[in-house]
Structures are given as C-alpha cells and as structure tokens.
Design a protein around this ligand. Structure first.
Ligand SMILES: CC(C)(COP(=O)(O)OP(=O)(O)OC[C@H]1O[C@@H](n2cnc3c(N)ncnc32)[C@H](O)[C@@H]1OP(=O)(O)O)[C@@H](O)C(=O)NCCC(=O)NCCS
Length: 244
C-alpha cells in the first residue's frame, strides 16, 4: 500500500497545527533557514547535544552553522513530540555509512526519519512504518550537468536527459539527482553506492504526483518508490520509501 505523504511548514507553534504521526503516513517538515536567527544564539545551542555543538562549530560559514543547528534541534523536538519520549532520551546514533537513527527505548514507538538541507531549506521526514531517504537540492545552473549525468546516471537516464529539450534539461537533471540521492539515503549507503547501477523512468517527471519505481541494474523493480516534494522556487526535493 502507498503511504499518505503530508507536507508541513515548520514553525514554533507546530503542535497546534499538525496531526500526530499515524501508521501508513510519511510526514515531511519544511524548515526555512534564511538567516533570521543567529547560529550562536543561546536558545539554539542549549538544545544541541555537546557533540552536535562541536560539529556545528566546525562549519566556517554562519549560515551553515545555523542550518545544522536548526536541523538537529528541530529533529529532536519532533521526535519527542511524536513519541512522547523526553528529549534527554533521544540519543541519535549514526550507522556505519552515516545514516542517523534513534535506538528507541522499548516503551516508545520506533520512528524512522531522515534529514536533508540545501541553501535556505531543511527537510525532515518521519514515518512509523516506512524506511525513508529524503533529499533536497538548490538548482545550480553553474555546474557542468552533461558531464555529471555521464558520470553518475544510468544509461537509461542519460538517454532521457539527452533527449530532453535544452530549456528543461537543468530541471530534469536535479529531479533525477534527488531521486537517486534520496534512494541511497534510504538504503543508508549514500554516495558510496554506485549511482549508475539503478535507475528510474523519467518520462513523467513534470507531473507533480508521479510515483517512481526504482529499478535495479537487471531491470527489475525494487521495493523502493520515490516522489517529488514541492520545496520552493529554485529547489527540488524527493522522498524515497519502502515498507519496513
Ligand atoms: C549522505 C550523503 C548522500 C549526503 O549528501 P548531501 O546532499 O551532502 O546532504 P543532505 O543534506 O541531503 O543530507 C545530509 C544528512 O543526511 C544524513 N545522512 C548522513 N549520512 C547518511 C547516509 N549514509 N544515509 C542516509 N542519511 C545520511 C545526516 O542527517 C546528514 O545531516 P547532517 O550532516 O546535518 O548530520 C553524502 O554525504 C554521502 O554519500 N555520504 C556517504 C557516506 C560517506 O561518504 N561517508 C564519509 C565517511 S565514511
């Protein structure tokens, strides 16, 4: 069965406006990060774990610090709110290739989540019964997309990219990229997994509700699907999921 995907804009009053996470749902939270609060503000820092504060400080640019701090404090807030687990018990661990997960104490429901950030936006995804990977990218026209497609895309995807008229190539490139990255983040492997060994059919990429099946290199459908998310003008986002 397909999940019900609900998209929310995050604000401090999130409890009043949003429903609790139910079986069969995926909740995506969009957090705007446009530099209005300071990354060094005590409020943000007091909600970070000591190791997160160390990591935040490693970013040189204030905007990157802020995005990191906002993403991680909001992630914990939402996990507490969904599960009613006190924030001190939300201890997030990284799997060997970096995928974060919460090893929930048995009295609290186990929640899958994933996080992505790019430019002015952070996406947080949650579900009770789907494994998840989420990705967002700011559309960057300064890259040599032809070369990147040749390097990272499956031959089927390269063909679809090359057959696209020039005015849509950039957008198609980023739609395809976020599907691939969301899938690899769902698997937990990230870009360590060869990106040209699986593919999606991009023929309906401009239709907003397209559900993509991820195909293996042997042309077999995997159990993973992906759907695009409306992030903001100039951004592309994708959620990839498979039943737990
Ligand atoms: C995971 C990866 C695809 C992220 O790509 P990105 O577009 O730069 O970043 P995104 O904003 O979409 O995602 C970053 C978030 O994904 C999560 N994440 C990190 N590694 C992950 C993984 N292997 N799988 C799923 N999620 C992961 C983290 O929450 C991270 O946020 P944080 O850095 O604030 O903690 C990329 O870093 C990667 O491929 N890593 C591969 C593993 C690797 O090379 N590790 C190096 C040390 S072994």
């Amino acid at each position: 069965m397909l999940p019900v995907i609900r998209l929310y804009n995050y604000s401090a009053s999130f409890q009043e406006t949003s429903a609790k996470l139910r079986p069969g749902e995926i909740h995506i939270w969009k957090i705007a990060c446009n530099g209005q609060s300071s990354p060094d503000s005590d409020i943000l820092q007091s909600d970070l774990l000591p190791e997160e504060t160390v990591r935040m400080k490693q970013f040189a640019h204030p905007k990157d610090k802020l995005r990191y701090a906002l993403g991680h404090t909001t992630l914990r807030k939402l996990l507490c709110w969904y599960t009613e687990c006190p924030k001190e018990e939300i201890c997030i661990i990284n799997a060997p290739h970096g995928k974060p997960y919460w090893k929930n104490p048995s009295q609290y429901p186990s929640v899958e989540f994933n996080l992505s950030h790019s430019g002015d936006w952070i996406l947080l995804a949650f579900s009770l019964d789907y494994f998840l990977g989420v990705d967002t990218e700011r559309i960057d026209t300064g890259k040599n997309l032809e070369k990147l497609a040749q390097r990272f895309y499956h031959p089927q995807e390269i063909k679809q990219y090359q057959n696209m008229d020039d005015s849509h190539k950039v957008s198609l490139f980023f739609h395809c990229w976020t599907i691939k990255e969301a899938y690899l983040k769902g698997l937990g492997e990230g870009l360590l997994h060869p990106t040209n060994e699986f593919y999606v059919n991009l023929s309906a990429w401009r239709e907003p509700d397209t559900i993509y099946t991820i195909y293996s290199k042997d042309n077999l459908p995997t159990l993973w699907c992906a759907q695009h998310l409306p992030v903001s003008e100039g951004y592309v986002g994708t959620i990839a999921y498979t039943p737990r």
